[in-house]
Design a binder for this molecule. Structure first.
Ligand SMILES: [Zn+2]
Length: 257
């Protein structure tokens, strides 16, 4: 474990409503987006004709310059917000009819919504989020720094409640159950007072860490342990998870933190 992991003070946002209630501009859908949207739609029509990108065969109506329309830009891979490198990334957009786009969003919220529960109310106690790869020393850091009555929330421990096995050994089929338990624990923080809460989560990208920090009004600690050290610490069946973490991390590496 590195002796002094970098600590990022996140601005406390108090009882600010969740992201989706921010203005269109704050969510990244301002003027720049409107221009971008038009380019994407025109390119789509040039290549495919005025049809929905989902394959339903229905017509899209663009409405340019300012008539009502039903064409929407979908992020193929879900994004955390305008700071997410995937937000503007070439190839991560498709043009869908409004109704097909809503259907896709609802379907995604079943999966993405479990791992990223934006509905969780603000905790009333101070929260520190400890991020990093498997084997990076997240648990050790929490063990060394928590006080006797602090609350620790760790998905791996939630697996025990669901199937009796720690997350490192549990079958993946129990993941959604474990996520439900974890999300319930996170939601209860809006009513339960604790001296301090430690929340352990991988969160390889800065965008994801910022998303969690905003959601929980929390400080973030990143265990910036190198891949060789991490691999040396985990069991054979978890080496894939280490590699996944580092490839996610490098995908969006921008030289900061
Ligand atoms: Zn469609």
């Amino acid at each position: 474990m590195p002796s002094a992991p970098p600590r990022f003070k996140q601005e406390r946002v108090g009882r600010q409503p969740p992201d989706r209630k921010k203005s269109a501009h704050a969510r990244g859908y301002g003027k720049r987006w409107q221009k971008f949207r038009k380019v994407i739609i025109l390119e789509h029509i040039k290549e495919n004709g005025p049809v929905c990108g989902c394959g339903c065969g229905e017509r899209i109506i663009t409405g340019f310059p300012r008539h009502p329309d039903n064409a929407e830009i979908d992020h193929i891979k879900a994004v955390y917000g305008p700071d997410d490198p995937l937000f503007w990334k070439e190839g991560n957009h498709q043009v869908l009819r409004k109704s097909c786009h809503s259907l896709k969003t609802v379907a995604e919220d079943g999966g993405f919504g479990h791992t990223h529960p934006s509905w969780i109310p603000k905790p009333i106690s101070p929260v520190t989020i400890v991020c990093g790869a498997p084997g990076s020393g997240k648990n050790t850091h929490v063990e060394n720094n928590k006080r006797p009555y602090d609350k620790v929330i760790d998905l791996d421990e939630c697996f025990k409640i669901v199937c009796g096995q720690h997350g490192h050994r549990a079958q993946r089929q129990h993941l959604s159950g474990a996520l439900r338990v974890r999300n319930k624990m996170l939601a209860q923080l809006s009513e339960e007072a604790h001296s301090h809460v430690w929340f352990i989560v991988g969160a390889p990208t800065e965008a994801e860490r910022t998303w969690w920090a905003d959601l929980l009004s929390a400080d973030v600690i990143v265990m910036d342990t190198d891949i060789t050290t991490c691999l040396g610490r985990v069991d054979a069946q978890r080496t894939d998870a280490v590699h996944r973490y580092f490839s996610e991390k490098s995908r969006t590496w921008r030289g900061s933190c």
